[in-house]
Write a protein that binds this ligand. Structure first.
Ligand code: ZN
Length: 274
């Protein structure tokens, strides 16, 4: 699933190709991809608008339009946004094409049909209340400590909660906890001040590294030009390393389910007690 580094990469790589461009048309191959408003209204309000800003909040892409509407896209598990010449014949997994005024199109590819688009003036009415952005200056160790102090859930689940912190999912939660040497089942509030500082720095470090490597193509993620990201080559424990040995101490990496997601960790480097 695309997480913060993947969505940030898509935003960065699309930006020079979409900013200032007018939306010339939309083709939907599956109407269910539009959550709001109705399909008819979606066409009417989108076509002819110019894209004046492209940003990311959590795992959402936000295209601000001249009309004050924003086109909001969530790629969910298997979505990609590919920039192609508008003459490109769409493959079966393309669910929508947004045509730009320079004979290119944004091809929304999504094999599992879980990705969604919305048009809304108030972005937060779609995204809900998201936690702080982990790479912004106002996300400090103090803020992380404050937000953790009453959380009794496993730290792995807390990190994946978009209302707690925005943009982190299964892969980068596992990587950050490994880098911080914290067991994924420790409760949020049990972390010492020292551990909170290690976790804060590990979160920023793994996310920046992954952005530098243009995201992780462990599954279906593609960059807008169709290239793969290489961030997964730097992963220490995240999911494709099942059965491998810990790169630090050589102990076999273990997998446990937490809230229905596989969590990978080293039982020696990440002890269950502080
Ligand atoms: Zn280890």
């Amino acid at each position: 699933m695309p997480e913060l580094p993947e969505v940030e990469t898509i935003k960065n790589e699309l930006l020079p190709y979409v900013l200032g461009h007018r939306i010339g048309g939309v083709t939907l191959f599956w109407d269910g991809i539009v959550r709001q408003p109705s399909v008819e209204e979606f066409h009417a309000r989108l076509i002819g608008q110019r894209i004046v800003r492209l940003s990311r909040r959590g795992k959402y892409l936000i295209f601000n339009l001249t009309s004050d509407d924003a086109l909001i896209i969530h790629l969910k598990m298997t979505g990609s946004l590919l920039l192609k010449p508008a003459s490109t014949e769409p493959e079966k997994s393309i669910r929508a094409i947004i045509y730009l005024d320079d004979e290119t199109g944004l091809y929304f590819q999504d094999p599992r049909k879980l990705g969604r688009m919305w048009l809304a003036e108030d972005t937060s009415s779609v995204t809900g209340k998201l936690g702080p952005e982990p790479l912004e200056a106002d996300f400090t160790p103090e803020i992380l400590a404050q937000r953790l102090h009453n959380r009794s859930a496993p730290i792995k689940a807390v990190l994946c909660d978009q209302g707690f912190i925005a943009g982190i999912g299964n892969m980068y939660a596992d990587e950050a906890l490994f880098a911080a040497k914290i067991h994924p089942l420790r409760s949020g509030k049990s972390l010492s001040r020292d551990e909170v500082e290690r976790l804060h720095s590990a979160i920023q470090q793994v996310l920046w590294a992954a952005i530098g490597n243009k995201g992780a193509s462990v599954d279906t993620y593609l960059r807008p030009g169709g290239e793969l990201g290489t961030a997964h080559f730097q992963f220490q424990v995240a999911h494709y390393l099942s059965g491998k040995l810990c790169p630090v101490c050589g102990t076999p990496i273990e997998r446990i389910p937490i809230r229905n997601r596989g969590s990978y960790f080293c039982p020696k480097c990440q002890p269950s007690q502080a």
